[in-house]
Design a protein around this ligand. Structure first.
Ligand SMILES: Cc1cc2nc3c(=O)[nH]c(=O)nc-3n(C[C@H](O)[C@H](O)[C@H](O)COP(=O)(O)OP(=O)(O)OC[C@H]3O[C@@H](n4cnc5c(N)ncnc54)[C@H](O)[C@@H]3O)c2cc1C
Length: 438
């Protein structure tokens, strides 16, 4: 089977490789225009870039809502590994199988196409998406591409330092090798300071760095490792579930976790293993440096981003329609969106469902309206015995378009928790995997 046949087989979307591409004359002709129009109304071609929590929800749901649509999800990874519950995996509470799922199964069970490829470019004028294995035409295109790291605050453009930070002290907030490296670090830790940093802004999973600190401290307790977890937080306070986390640091991990707020890292000396802040020099035996986050470079390259007041790059979309500026059929959803919703799996998933409905409504000629995504977030604090805190929130916009929290419920009362609550965290994850893959 040659590449073209393979793609034809793999993707029900219309493939345009060089040998079967329409000529310019054909494109200009009425025949071509008519066939495009016909396609759009009868079998809309919907491309979803990214098989994360939002992309998977969207691909499945839009296919359910618009069965005649040709839905293709393009993902560069070969299989899905969940970030939620990965903190628990780092300290051996679940195995890798729990986190790992098959894109082939998701596509097969839900009647859409999974194309294993990297998206590299876009011809907006002709509605053509360029991938590492060929080109695809679309009527609707969604970028559900997650986040990228932004090391600039620490490196000032020093690419060697950036590479060393990524390789030697990975953040492990994007699934892949980073997590494996971090797990090895924890497992092989011999003692001393284990530093975790917390970025500012709306970084991915506000609770995860604090939960990770607790679980690493718990692991040190269990394995009698003479280590201390030092959290260097850029923010002036714990960003989320602050009461619950602070009391866990104070009560459960008085001698294990040292929390420092408002830390501005001025430089990191990786050779001497010292972090220089405005106040202090902090030596570390090992570390995981979590930098700021931004929209992926792909969007920047495609001129689909804008700069924030803090010189961060974010997706240039309308906060109600999710459409990119100047476009009527290209959207973003999930962690890549710039709105202040929590960058979490549950939020991204619910947003994928909402956007699926909005696209289905557009296809049906109805007015598409915005609905709030939903954040549900569990953080396990200790396993001896299991204790967990949780949060639920929805969102709205005020009359000036500013984001507001609605129906916010937090449960930070871990001291009175029973075992069942931590079990709910695993049950939540299992039900989400089932939503995406079954
Ligand atoms: C340690 C940790 C713990 C967390 N815990 C929780 C939790 O308990 N609860 C919770 O709700 N959330 C949690 N999260 C957050 C959650 O993982 C993210 O919010 C969620 O993954 C966002 O989904 P997404 O679809 O927007 O992005 P992603 O899941 O990052 O998916 C984006 C996908 O796009 C693909 N992609 C990007 N560019 C391209 C391209 N050019 N071509 C092809 N494919 C591309 C990527 O490979 C990726 O698979 C946690 C995150 C971490 C790191």
């Amino acid at each position: 089977m040659n590449r073209r046949d393979l793609l034809k087989y793999a993707s029900s979307a219309l493939l345009l490789s060089s040998d079967i591409a329409y000529s310019n004359e054909e494109k200009k002709s009425n025949k071509f225009q008519k066939s495009l129009k016909k396609k759009k109304t009868e079998h809309p071609r919907i491309l979803v870039v990214g098989g994360g929590w939002s992309g998977l929800a969207l691909a499945k749901n839009v296919k359910q809502r618009v069965p005649q649509a040709e839905v293709t999800m393009i993902e560069r990874r070969e299989h899905f590994v969940s970030c939620p519950i990965s903190n628990e995996w780092l300290v051996d509470l679940v195995d890798l199988e729990f986190l790992t799922h098959s894109y082939l199964d998701a596509a097969k069970h839900n009647n859409y196409t999974y194309l294993h490829a990297e998206v590299t470019g876009l011809d907006k004028k002709h509605n053509i998406l360029k991938t590492s294995v060929g080109e695809l035409e679309y009527d609707y295109l969604v970028f559900a591409v997650g986040i990228e790291y932004d090391y600039l605050d620490w490196t000032d453009g020093d690419k060697v330092l950036e590479q060393r930070l990524k390789t030697q002290y990975p953040a492990a907030f994007i699934p892949g090798s980073e997590h494996i490296t971090l797990k090895e670090k924890i497992r092989n830790f011999k003692g001393g300071n284990f530093v975790l940093t917390v970025p500012n802004g709306n970084y991915r999973c506000l609770a995860a760095p604090y939960e990770r600190a607790c679980l690493i401290a718990d692991y040190f307790n269990k394995h009698e490792i003479n280590g201390k977890v030092i959290i260097l937080d850029t923010n002036s306070d714990i960003k989320i579930k602050a009461k619950g986390f602070q009391s866990a640091f104070d009560v459960l991990y008085k001698d294990r976790i040292q929390y420092q707020a408002s830390v501005e890292i001025e430089s990191i000396d990786l050779d001497k293993k010292v972090i220089h802040t405005g106040f202090d020099d902090i030596p570390f035996a090992d570390a995981s440096f979590y930098p700021n986050v931004k929209a992926p470079y792909l969007l920047e390259k495609l001129n689909m981003t804008r700069e924030t007041a803090h010189n961060r790059v974010e997706a240039d979309i309308n906060q109600y329609s999710y459409k990119f500026k100047g476009s009527d059929n290209i959207y973003a959803c999930g962690d890549v969106r710039p709105m202040g919703f929590s960058k979490s799996g549950n939020t991204a998933h619910s947003e994928g469902l909402n956007l699926a409905k909005m696209i289905a409504d557009e296809i049906a000629g109805k007015t598409a309206s915005w609905h709030s995504p939903v954040t549900t977030c569990f953080s396990i604090l200790t396993t001896q015995p299991e204790k967990c805190i949780s949060l639920y929130t929805e969102y709205g916009y005020d009359e000036n378009g500013g984001m507001v929290f609605k129906n916010n419920i937090t449960d930070e009362s871990w001291k009175t928790n029973d075992l069942g609550k931590a079990r709910v965290a695993y049950a939540w994850a299992e039900s989400m995997y089932s939503n995406m893959f079954d």
